[in-house]
Design a protein around this ligand. Structure first.
Ligand code: 3PG
Ligand code: MG
Length: 400
């Protein structure tokens, strides 16, 4: 998909202009402080580019899924983190307690060229998620140019990602969004061979679309995490009490019959009676009744590691942890996979990770962002894009 991006406009076209930038600052906040700020950092190229070209940069985001104006969902801590990240020498980030209305308009009127203003959580107005036309008009009236740098929210058809965007003559993709689309479309359309797909995590449901699209393209598909137990069960292997997705069994069985020869499944497991059970057991083959698998076993780690990190060249895409990595006893599989990803990268493979917990898992393994070709900011959005689904936040950038 070829998108119009910021760099399609010449520098002077931003000077003095009010630019509305939809970012995704939906990050974790613990006791009023931002946790992982990857999504914030990834928007800096766009924000700094615009500020240095004397635009008035108006940032808008959602945070969480608030039912009303709940203080714990305020973006104020994000404004603070953004100021710290951009640095004291630059303009401080201003913050306003709403995203539409007279107070916001006043703040914007006061802005000098090159200043940055963060609006309060868009979802404090329920009209945002409803893509309400009146609300869209109010958002659009704040600025002259629209930029979307929130790839991870572009599967949503909300006012800020869609309705408001339609009301601007100039709608552009930000740098991070463009980079995401470039990497993910490579995976989706034409992955550099050989292509290894690694799917873990709990829910198969969210990943079926992406799997349907990518299974035919992948040379090898590794399935780990709880997702693997549904596959094993479909093959007639006993999985004890392990989490499985009964409803998806028929889909899994048919995927196995078509692509079985290139699907790699765990052959041994770290099993226990419950996640808090201290006596964990390494089992090969069938998992005994009453026990559940919570991580892949050592033999599986070796097989998966050899496939992911053993060669170099080609492409590896990884989404979803290999086990319940939050618990130390069940973290080995995920930690080793992350290390194999780093090894693949150092050996010249293009490596991509995406989807919710995967960045967290990688960091827990001591693998840094710079040891991966691309870390997607998206969870749901990444999987939807890979599935080939319509992305309202992207289509709106390319005319209607
Ligand atoms: C995400 O974290 O996946 C995005 O920010 C979208 O959030 P949502 O799932 O609440 O729409
Ligand atoms: Mg989500």
């Amino acid at each position: 998909m070829k998108l119009r991006t910021i760099s399609d406009l010449n520098h002077s076209q931003f000077a003095g202009k009010k630019v509305f930038v939809r970012v995704d600052f939906n990050v974790s906040i613990n006791n009023g402080t931002v946790g992982e700020d990857y999504r914030i950092r990834m928007t800096l190229p766009t924000i700094e580019y615009l500020a240095s070209r004397n635009a008035k940069v108006i940032l808008a985001s959602h945070l969480g899924r608030p039912q009303a104006r709940e203080p714990k969902y305020s973006l104020a801590p994000v404004a603070k983190r953004l100021s710290e990240t951009i640095g004291k020498s630059k303009t401080p980030i201003r913050f306003v307690n709403d995203c539409i209305g007279p107070e916001v308009e006043e703040e914007i009127e006061k802005m000098k060229d090159g200043e940055i203003l963060l609006l309060e959580n868009l979802r404090f107005h329920k009209e945002e998620e409803a893509n309400d036309p009146e609300f869209s008009k109010k958002l659009a009236s704040l600025a002259q140019i629209y930029i979307n740098d929130a790839f991870s929210t572009s599967h949503r058809k909300h006012s800020s990602t869609y309705g408001a965007a339609t009301l601007f003559d100039t709608r552009l993709a930000g740098f991070n969004l463009s980079k995401e689309v470039q990497y993910l479309s490579m995976i989706r359309e034409n992955p550099v061979k050989s292509f290894t797909l690694v799917v873990g995590g709990v829910k198969i449901k969210d990943k079926i679309g992406a799997l349907e699209h990518l299974l035919p393209k992948a040379d090898k598909t590794i399935i780990g995490g709880a997702a693997a137990y549904t596959f094993l069960k479909a093959k007639g292997i006993k999985v004890g009490n392990s989490l499985i997705d009964e409803e998806r069994l028929p889909w899994v069985a048919s995927a196995l019959s078509t692509y079985g020869d290139k699907i790699m499944l765990p052959t041994d497991h770290v099993a226990a009676h419950s996640p808090s059970d201290n006596s964990v057991m390494m089992v090969r083959g069938d998992i005994p009744d009453g026990m559940s698998g919570f991580d892949i076993g050592n033999e599986t780690i070796e097989r998966f590691s050899a496939e992911v990190g053993g060669k170099g060249g080609g492409t590896v895409f990884w989404t979803g942890p290999m086990g319940m990595f939050e618990i130390r006893a069940f973290a080995n599989g995920t930690v080793n996979l992350a290390k194999s990803m780093a090894l693949a990268f150092w050996r010249g493979s293009k490596t991509l990770i995406g989807g919710g917990d995967t960045l967290e898992a990688m960091k827990k393994a001591g693998v840094s962002e710079s040891e991966v070709s691309h870390v997607s900011t998206g969870g749901g959005a990444t999987l939807r894009y890979l599935a080939g689904d319509q992305m309202p936040g992207l289509t709106v950038l390319n005319g209607l």
